[in-house]
Design a protein around this ligand. Structure first.
Ligand code: ARG
Length: 405
């Protein structure tokens, strides 16, 4: 076997796929494997993960705490862009992949490794996100995707792991989990049948509605420059705010997403997520924008947001268009300051109040009271001109229709 590189840097989660990948890379390429685990808030036992990598055979293990960077440079821009792919998915994995890819490249350069590897299959979006980012940052880097290459079923993989003496937790192996601060994605097993409700065991962050508290709770989220800065009038860092909302909204049964998703590779798949903080923050942020931006800005921003979301979802994080779109988005966010009150109750997250120093809401104009400054008499002329093209076209079409009868 020709050795592709004598050192391979592998993105290591501690799960089955990447654990088996350590052995497979060693066997196939006779190379040393260096593992990298990036902490993006997945709340795992990182000590255990490092130990496991070494036990399986990694010559060196890196643990990189990238939580702050993840929130500042990936999650925050996604809040500003109200990023929900296909109206539902807050880009949990999509946001973490370019960051993890950039850390892989960093380690590979430091270790003078010529190849990096990731544990993605050939059916998902993550492979695209990793590889486009890696190749953009380091065009000559070789990328190896063991899981895509070895062609083993999950059962065969478990057998291989057992043969190689790799310990696996059977409970964890029913679902394929990817999680970080921004949410938890749950795939495979019983979730592959889109007709069937996800079993309770799939969820860890969100309480079943039946067990959620009987009493509603209110949370006040403060924003500055389009990003959350406080909860209930107490200043907090973004990581703390997100962790807090994951807990409190999750406790109230808020955060489960169950939808049909169109993957970049063309597959329709049933995707299930738990994203309590992400759903609340995006809902609150969108609501505040509606208070401070005018309708022309809102209309155009929807288009920009959708394009930003698509780039992030489809692996094109490093495309210059993202920065171009962010130039527009950031210019609108200067006024996205204020506070939004959300009511959490048995799976519901509803904005019930909002305020901002940049509010465009003018009670004098909006009130139904007769004392309003809005000149109702001018509405008549407005309607006359506003409806002109519609009236002209409609009467022409009516005449045509009559003529044909
Ligand atoms: N469908 C989601 C996405 O493409 C979730 C992917 C989860 N990734 C994983 N390796 N389990 O972003």
């Amino acid at each position: 076997m020709v050795s592709l590189a004598d050192k391979i840097v592998l993105a290591y989660s501690g799960g089955l796929d990447t654990s088996v990948s350590i052995k497979w890379l060693q066997d196939k390429f006779m190379a040393d494997v260096i593992t990298v685990t990036v902490d993006v808030g997945q709340r795992e036992d990182f000590g255990e993960i490092g130990k496991r990598a070494k036990e399986i055979g990694a010559i060196k293990h890196y643990l990189i705490d990238a939580k702050e960077e993840f929130v500042m440079n990936y999650v925050s821009p996604s809040i500003k862009a109200n990023a929900l792919y296909e109206g539902k998915y807050p880009l949990v994995s999509a946001l973490s992949r370019p960051l993890i890819a950039s850390k892989l490249v960093e380690v590979a350069k430091k270790e003078e490794a010529l190849a990096v590897a990731h544990g993605c299959t050939g059916k998902g979006n993550d492979q695209v996100r990793f590889e486009v980012t890696i190749k953009s940052l380091s065009p000559k880097m070789k990328v190896i995707a063991p899981v895509r290459e070895w062609g083993l079923s999950r059962d065969q993989e478990i057998d291989y792991a057992k043969e190689q003496g790799i310990k696996i937790e059977p409970k964890k192996s029913i679902f394929s989990i990817d999680q970080n601060l921004w949410g938890r994605s749950i795939e495979s097993g019983p979730l592959e049948d889109p007709e069937i409700e996800p079993p309770l065991e799939a969820f860890e962050w969100v309480k079943p509605l039946e067990k959620a508290p009987e009493k509603a709770v209110y949370v006040n989220i403060g924003f500055e420059g389009g990003v959350p800065v406080s909860v209930d009038n107490e200043k907090k860092g973004a990581i703390e705010i997100i962790s807090y909302l994951n807990k409190v909204a999750g406790k109230h049964g808020v955060g489960i997403i169950d939808h049909m998703e169109d993957r970049l590779v063309g597959i329709k798949s049933r995707e299930v997520y738990e994203c309590p903080a992400a759903l609340c923050l995006i809902e609150a942020h969108k609501d505040l924008e509606k208070l401070v931006l005018n309708r022309h800005e809102l209309f155009f921003k929807d288009i920009v947001d959708a394009n930003w979301t698509w780039l992030a979802y489809s692996g094109l994080w490093l495309d210059p268009l993202r920065k171009d779109l962010e130039a527009f988005i950031n210019s609108t966010q200067e006024r996205v300051e204020g506070s939004v009150k959300i009511k959490l109750y048995k799976g519901n997250y509803r904005v019930v109040g909002r305020s901002s120093p940049y509010s465009l809401y003018d009670p004098n104009l909006a009130t139904y009271s007769i004392l309003s400054e809005f000149d109702q008499a001018s509405a008549q002329g407005f309607i006359e001109l506003w409806g002109l093209p519609t009236r002209v076209a409609h009467s022409m079409l009516s005449k045509l229709k009559k003529g044909r009868e």
